[in-house]
Design a protein around this ligand. Structure first.
Ligand code: C5J
Length: 221
């Protein structure tokens, strides 16, 4: 049955069996004090507004039988997949791979790389490790979606203007329609969050739609 989410710039329609919910990088390193986000001087509490809306979106998506995916940004322990330009961008001692209070920063298998307990994936849900900002770059995301006949994505997570935006732009170029769930996304910079959402739905939805979690969960009921 075709569902409809009230969104900007207009209604977003989708078939649950051809739609996936993807939650981007809700990781301890970005959200908890002492992680990578905090080491870079960010106020991590700004990301906490997205937790309850993500949980509501996940619960409604699970109940409606959508494919669920979670992503984690991070690197191999040998950092072989981390471009030198990304590695050297942060000051020494706060770089990817450096020891932090939750293990090596943004390294797979470390505690800080994990998804926050409030949004822990359920058994059987897909967890994609990505070395870049976009979830399509150097991951299996595209074949996973194509093999399951997915054509639409409900997108949530952090940060709105970096990994969420990059993923939505990548998805749009590959022909996937994206509804970004605005209050289920967040940024360390509220003005970037607002601008990133506005850019998505401007110009008639130049690369997607923007909706609220209450509109999305109502459509999933
Ligand atoms: C960042 C992300 N901001 N998940 N990562 O470095 O948006």
């Amino acid at each position: 049955m075709l569902r409809r989410i009230e969104a900007l710039p207009g209604p977003f329609t989708f078939e649950p069996e051809r739609t996936a919910t993807i939650v981007i990088d809700m990781q301890r390193d970005f959200l908890e004090p002492g992680g990578f986000g905090a080491a870079l001087g960010n106020d991590v509490t700004r990301l906490h507004t997205a937790i309850a809306p993500c949980a509501a979106l996940l619960a409604a998506s699970r109940a409606a039988g959508l494919l669920i995916l979670h992503t984690r940004e991070g690197h191999r322990p040998d950092l072989g997949d981390c471009p030198p330009a990304k590695l050297t961008r942060s000051p020494p001692g706060m770089r990817i791979g450096d020891p932090g209070p939750m293990g090596r920063i943004l390294v797979r298998g470390e505690a800080g790389h994990d998804i926050i307990p409030e949004l822990a994936p359920l058994p059987g849900e897909i967890v994609l490790d990505k070395p870049g900002k976009g979830a399509f770059w150097a991951t299996d995301l595209e074949p996973i979606l194509r093999h399951r006949g997915i054509e639409a994505l409900l997108v949530a997570g952090v940060t709105t203007e970096v990994c969420v935006s990059t993923t939505v732009r990548e998805a749009n170029d590959r022909g996937f329609r994206c509804a970004v769930i605005g209050d289920a996304c967040a940024s360390y910079f509220p003005e970037f969050h607002a601008a990133a959402l506005a850019m998505i739905h401007a110009q008639g939805g130049i690369f997607g739609w923007v909706a609220t979690s209450s509109a999305a969960t109502a459509a999933l009921r």
